[in-house]
Design a protein around this ligand. Sequence first.
Ligand code: HXC
Length: 268
Amino acid sequence: MESVFKADILKGKVALVTGGGSGICFEIALQFGKHGAAVGIMGRRKHALDAAVDVLRSQGIRAIGVEGDVRKQEDAAKVVESTVKNFGKLDILVNGAAGNFLVAAEDLSLNGFKTVLDIDTIGTYNMSHEAFKYLKKGGPGKGSTTGGLILNISATLHYTTAWYQIHVCAAKAAIDSMTRSLALEWGTDHDIRVNGIAPGPIKDTPGIQKLLPEELKYRAGDNMIVERAGEKWDIGMAALYIASDAGKFINGTTLIVDGGYWISRPRR
Ligand code: HXC
């Protein structure tokens, strides 16, 4: 689908997208690149990163892939620094790397719970903390008046709750809380906007392919996930809106982009 935005709205910006090798976060990297940004993508799987970078470059986007695990402080530092070394600065950090699997609470080991918290929550904090000195107003390569943006990819699962997702609900709730805390501290003192996007189910992503039991994909009804699933494009456009100057007054919020799915109920 064509973008609804002008092609230069992120001209001159540099973005780093964790989990940018596939799914929603690849789409965000692609849309940022198509609208003028240089993009670094971070992930654990080299082959996925290489393939993603090829696609980005084939569209004329300045792109690099840097291997790393968001849970490790040394990886976070290395990836942030590589991005700055390549492109001269950092304007936007998208915290998209996430772990997910469905499991009943009684079958979820302590390590399984911790692993998802580590990737999602600790990873978001770790990356944000390492990126801070580059994102803040006056950071390297930046003017003295403009700070950057952190965009945290959340979910809506924890607004009510979700079966077999105790670990993910806890992780995403903590991310939403961090979005507000960092927006308060870094928005006030350093001109860094910190926002989130909470996508609903999105078609053709590894997340939905992995998580949705087969029968749900084909069940009829007006409250079913696939009928209400969005496109990756919807998330890309929301990210562009928040990242562009159109979103310059948005700070500390998590934008739900789910077509109203989380508030939907069976018709009576
Ligand atoms: C139960 C599991 C499990 C499973 C892993 N574990 N998979 N427990 N059921 N399916 C447990 C392991 O047994 C182990 O605990 C612990 O978790 C760590 O597992 P590892 O495989 O060693 O960890 P690691 O290699 O770091 O991988 C972590 C991972 C990750 C979370 C499993 O590989 C992963 O999920 N990748 C998928 C990424 C993904 O799908 N991202 C998209 C997210 S979409 P023990 O006790 O045995 O040591 C999304 C949107 C949600 O978030 C909304 C959709 C509607």
